[in-house]
Design a protein around this ligand. Structure first.
Ligand code: RB5
Length: 148
């Protein structure tokens, strides 16, 4: 199950991505918002991140105007590895190198065709469990600092 959420700025793109991914066979749970009425992106970032970090959902997709507010909010929560992605190369690298578990998109940055493709690449690309990637993720997940 894939969790998806947006604020008002990402609402229209969220609807397009839900249709695109559902047509591809993905099961999507829409965690809001449910209209273009102005709302606060952290509310939806928290709901989707919680679903991912508790393993209720395997990955999350969040959309706001830029993807930035969503990613900042997500990455304050333990276990979140949220990446703002605006191109296909970064979608693949975010999965292979960073094991990103939440994709953040900017509806005012990325058009719907590219955003749908980015979401598909993000969901289909596995983590590359090479030792160097595992080591680097462990460093930021455990609060390691270079002087330690
Ligand atoms: C809302 O106007 C906008 O600030 C929000 O969608 C997002 O871009 C924040 O990062």
């Amino acid at each position: 199950m894939i969790a998806i959420g947006s604020d008002h700025g990402g609402f229209a793109l969220k609807q397009e991505i839900i249709k695109y991914l559902t047509d591809k066979g993905y099961e999507i749970t829409d965690m809001g918002c449910f209209s273009e009425e102005s709302c606060d992106y952290p509310d939806y970032a928290y709901i989707v991140t919680d679903a991912v970090t508790t393993e209720e959902c395997e990955k999350g997709i969040l959309i706001c105007g830029t993807g930035i507010g969503m990613s900042i909010t997500c990455n304050r929560m333990a276990g979140a590895r949220a990446a703002v992605v605006n191109d296909c190369f970064s979608a693949q690298a975010a999965r292979e190198h960073n094991d990103a578990n939440i994709l953040c998109l900017g509806a005012r940055v990325t058009g719907p065709g590219l955003a749908c493709k980015i979401a598909e690449i993000f969901l289909e690309t596995p983590f590359d469990p090479d030792e160097r990637h595992v080591r680097r993720i462990r460093k930021f997940e455990t609060g390691y600092y270079p002087e330690d």
